[in-house]
Ligand binder design. Sequence first.
Ligand code: JD8
Length: 395
Amino acid sequence: MRIDVITIFPEYLQPLDLSLIGKARQDGLLTIASHDLRDFTHDRHHTVDDTPYGGGAGMVMKPQPWAEALDHVLALAVPDTRPHLIVPGPGGAPFTQARARELAAEPWLAFACGRYEGIDERVYDHAREDLGLEVSVLSLGDYVLNGGEVAVLAMVEAVARLLPGVVGNAESLVEESHEDGLLEYPIYTKPRVWNGRAVPDVLLSGNHAAIGTWRHAQRLARTAERRPDLLHPSQVAVPGEPDVDVALVVPADVPELFTLALASAAHAALVADVRELPELTPSIDDFRDGLEGARTWVARKAGRLVGSVRTEVCGDELRISEVLLAPDVDSVGLESHLLGLAEQSAPSGIRTFSLVARAGSDDVIRRYRKAGYRRSRGEPEVPGQVSLVKRRLAD
Ligand code: JD8
């Protein structure tokens, strides 16, 4: 891989001469070249900035030096190949491990380090339209730096260490945080007891399956605690129901799910003292077909299917089926967890959640109201059913 960096502070990139990246460059695994933007100015003061049109604080980087610097870089490599131009900026798309993996697969990256208030907008258009470059504005994180150099240091290290041969045992790349969406597990080395603190026994057991299970549980727990946003809803523990696992439905679940639907409907009919149950589909095949095109979660406790919720996208509305719970499972925690799961799984563009509840199931309806749902006005009521809706807060 070839990496070119254009900056007014080339010395800022010296850390890339060190450690694994420095060695990888010596071993020819990648090339990193920096270019001083001031070398592409022609006035005595090597001016690269000027005042902003429209007024405002600070200075803006002039377009011409950038155009000449880009021309210089483009002329450096194999003709007719083009670098992917990365411009760090606080307003850019998040730079993530997934993005690092994508960039690591590319042959040539060029980084443009801005300073001051940033770079004249026409440089981005010139690079895309005149030079035909793919241009990506990426942000290191939601905080403000003084320039792009620090971001480039981090991005280059995150990308270069994924290149074959840069990090000794590629094995260690696998279990890293963000590599598979989970944070890493706690690690220990000698001595076994330090400062009165002992290493967890499982790590000394030699039982690799147990160690693997312990480490995975640690990763889940840490991620749930520190970065719940990284967890897929089904990985989030059910409040108050530690041994309930939630997952997307699989074909093998259908017979049990059909039984649960019938049982829950019959139970609700008993509770609501109603006779006709419109949605009861006598045949498991119709029931199975009803799952097509929908997203269905099932909750299992000690292996038994005890809860479920189904969602269907209809325009900008997410239709959420009634949350099914096994008659013997009176778990408000599981019910609200499944409802939350359904809502969180809504694709972008969904504006409304609609929910069906069984007429007469006042406690359920009360809980849905507590979750922000209201009786839908004007919807033709299906006998025995109550339609509720809730506006989706902007995502
Ligand atoms: C490039 C100029 C400074 C930014 C006025 C402060 C990335 N995560 C990040 N935070 N900040 C940057 C970043 C900041 C930069 C430049 C990246 C070029 N500045 C400007 C706008 C407000 N000053 C970044 N990646």
